[in-house]
Write a protein that binds this ligand. Structure first.
Ligand code: GTP
Ligand code: MG
Length: 200
């Protein structure tokens, strides 16, 4: 995979959340600006790439490349997912606003991820807000951000609302965090090795 010479930051992002909440759809909307009504469950993992310009708080613009790992939400893939989370600078944890159980499962997803990647930036994403049978209210957002150290967005992969700003904000935060955490290889995006214990 060749990296354009003007890319100064490279990050790994993982998409987490229960099955059929719209992880693949959000990534597809963001990277290809397309949407498929039909549900095709992700088998194992896939990835997509996106290069974007980010305007930093000081007004300067940098080019960043993100590798977006799309991890299957179905429980069969628990062990595989854990391995693919390693080395991520960012995660989106997606729930479906028409299925409250997917919202209740956020805490578990967050714990799983943050245990493996403690310095990452996390966004919790309420997806499918175009649907009229919504059951998780917008106020749930405040609950989440008071409960966990995360960003919160409501999106529709179908209409595209908020999808771009979700990913751009995440990358901007990741760059800021990288600066706070100090030097590491900003091109490969790899963090210095952290103690990591497998639960076996
Ligand atoms: N109305 C509506 N439907 C959506 C939206 N996002 C996804 N869907 C639909 O929801 C279903 C599941 O979407 P996926 O993106 O495949 O879900 P996933 O989270 O990747 O599922 P797994 O790969 O099994 O973990 C598909 O039928 C999509 O068309 C949305 O914003 N609005
Ligand atoms: Mg999928």
């Amino acid at each position: 995979m060749s990296v354009p010479h003007d890319v100064s930051h490279m990050f790994k992002l993982v998409a987490l959340g229960d099955g059929a909440v719209g992880k693949t759809s959000c990534i597809k909307r963001y990277t290809e600006d397309s949407f498929n009504e039909r549900y095709i469950a992700t088998i194992g993992t896939t990835f997509a790439l996106k290069t974007l310009d980010v305007v930093l708080p000081n007004g300067s613009t940098v080019k960043a490349r993100v590798v977006l790992w799309d991890l299957a939400g179905q429980p069969t893939y628990n062990e595989l997912r854990r391995r693919y989370m390693a080395g991520s600078s960012m995660a989106i944890i997606v729930y479906d606003v028409t299925r409250p159980q997917t919202f209740l499962d956020i805490g578990e997803w967050y714990t799983k991820f943050i245990t493996v990647c403690p310095n990452s930036v996390v966004a919790v994403v309420g997806n499918k807000i175009d649907r009229e049978d919504r059951l998780v209210p917008p106020e749930a957002a405040r609950m989440v951000t008071e409960w966990l150290d995360v960003l919160h967005y409501e999106t529709s992969a179908k209409t595209g609302v908020n999808v771009d700003s979700l990913f751009t904000d995440l990358v901007t935060r990741a760059i800021e965090k990288q600066r706070q955490l100090g030097p590491f290889d900003s091109v490969s995006g790899t963090q210095p090795p952290k103690p990591f214990k497998l639960g076996i």
